[in-house]
Ligand binder design. Structure first.
Ligand SMILES: *Cc1c(COP(=O)(O)O)cnc(C)c1O
Length: 337
C-alpha cells in the first residue's frame, strides 16, 4: 500500500524502536523522566528559547499555547483555514472561551497589513484582541511557506499593539529545510512555537511547545489540567530525540518527491489548478472526466491512498515511509489515467 493520505501515517523503523527500548525513563509528572527532560532541553536549545513542554499531540500543544496567551472573551487573529480554528474541534472556544477573527489569506498565510486591520480598537463593545496565530507550513495552503520578512513585519505590529504571537509549526521543519532557514531565527520572533514530531519527523506520537521559562511553567500546569501529564513518557520522548537528530535533513527528499508528483500531474488534462508545491504537500483540482472522490477511487484500485479535501480537490502528502520506488509507481499510475 502506498499511503499518501498524510505524513502522520509513518511507523517507527528499527532504529527508532531500538532508541525506545534503550530509553531511560522516570515519572515525568514529577519532572523525573530523563528522556523527556533531554528532549525538552534539546528543542528549547534548537530554537534558542528558554524552555519546552512535551505534549502528546500538536492539537494539545496549540491549545495549551492559546490558553496561556488569552483570557475568556479575548479575540485571536488567524487565517480562515488554520488548523487551530478548523481542525481542533472548536478547542479555542471550548478550552479558552475565546473567539476568533478569521482572515481571508493567501494559501493559508496572512500579511502584516491584514493583522493590523483586524485588531480591535480599545472599545468596551469589542473583544480584546490578544493573540495572533500563524501556521507554517500552512496545511490547507498546500504546505506553503511564509516569507520570513512578513513574519517579522507581523511581529512588529504585535509588539506595537502588545499582542502575543504563536506559531503552529506542525510542519515548521519542512519550511526550515525548504527555505534553508534556521530554527533560532523563529525562536527570536515568536512567543510560542508548537512543533509536531508525529508528522514528517516520523514519531508515532508527540509534539513540543516551546517558549520562555514562565510561559512554559504556566503551560505545564495547563497540560496537567488537559489530562496531558504523562508518566514514563521517555519511551516516546526517545523517538523525538531520535527524530530531531536524524530525520530533519531528510525532509528534503519528501519535497523532491512532491515536486515529482506535481510534474506528473501537470501533464494530465484532468489536473486543474495545482497549489505551488513548496514542501511535502500537493493539492490539486480535479477536472472532467473525474471528480475528486472518483479519482481517489481510481488511485485506490492501484493501491494508492489519498484524500479528497473538497469536492474538487485532492491532497497527496509525501513522507518518511514513501520510497523512491513508490513515487515511480504513483507516477506510472498517473500517466496511465
Ligand atoms: C497535524 C497538525 C496539527 C496537530 O495535529 P495532531 O494530530 O493533534 O498532532 C496542528 N497543526 C497543523 C497545521 C497540522 O497539520
Amino acid at each position: 500500500m502506498i499511503d499518501l493520505r498524510s505524513d502522520t501515517v509513518t511507523r517507527p523503523g528499527a532504529q527508532m524502536l531500538e532508541a525506545m527500548k534503550a530509553a531511560a525513563v522516570g515519572d515525568d509528572v514529577f519532572s523525573e523522566d530523563p528522556s523527556v527532560n533531554e528532549l525538552e532541553e534539546m528543542a528549547a536549545d534548537m530554537f534558542g528559547m528558554q524552555s519546552a513542554l512535551y505534549c502528546p499531540t500538536g492539537t494539545m500543544s496549540n491549545q495549551i499555547g492559546i490558553k496561556c496567551h488569552t483570557q475568556p472573551g479575548d479575540e485571536i487573529i488567524c487565517e480562515k483555514n488554520s488548523h487551530v480554528y478548523l481542525y481542533e474541534g472548536g478547542g479555542i472556544a471550548f478550552n479558552s472561551g475565546a473567539q476568533v477573527k478569521l482572515i481571508d489569506g493567501d494559501r493559508g498565510q496572512i500579511t502584516a497589513d491584514q493583522v493590523k486591520n483586524a485588531i480591535n480598537p480599545d472599545d468596551l463593545h469589542k473583544a480584546r484582541t490578544s493573540l495572533v496565530s500563524l501556521e507554517n507550513t500552512a496545511n490547507r495552503g498546500g504546505g506553503s511557506c511564509y516569507d520570513f520578512g512578513e513574519i517579522e513585519a507581523i511581529r512588529k505590529i504585535c509588539d506595537e499593539q502588545k499582542l502575543a504571537l504563536h506559531l503552529d509549526g506542525a510542519r515548521l521543519f519542512n519550511a526550515i529545510v525548504a527555505k534553508k532557514e534556521s530554527s533560532k531565527t523563529y525562536g527570536r520572533v515568536f512567543d510560542s512555537i508548537s512543533i509536531c514530531l508525529n508528522k514528517g519527523l516520523g514519531c508515532p506520537i508527540g509534539s513540543i511547545l516551546i517558549g520562555e521559562r514562565d510561559f512554559i511553567r504556566k503551560a505545564r500546569r495547563v497540560r496537567k489540567v488537559f489530562g496531558g501529564g504523562m508518566r514514563q513518557a521517555g519511551f516516546m520522548a526517545a523517538t523525538g530525540l531520535f527524530a530531531l537528530k536524524n530525520n530533519i535533513e531528510r525532509l528534503e527528499l519528501d519535497h523532491i518527491h512532491a515536486k515529482q508528483l506535481e510534474s506528473a500531474l501537470i501533464q494530465k488534462s484532468f489536473t486543474g489548478k495545482i497549489l505551488p508545491v513548496e514542501t511535502n504537500i500537493v493539492i490539486f483540482e480535479v477536472l472532467a472526466p473525474y471528480s475528486a472522490p472518483g479519482l481517489v477511487e481510481k488511485f485506490k484500485a492501484s493501491n494508492i491512498h489519498c484524500i479528497a479535501i473538497s469536492t474538487n480537490q485532492i491532497r497527496l502528502v509525501t513522507h518518511l515511509d514513501i520510497s523512491e520506488q513508490m513515487i515511480k509507481d504513483v507516477i506510472k499510475c498517473i500517466e496511465a489515467l
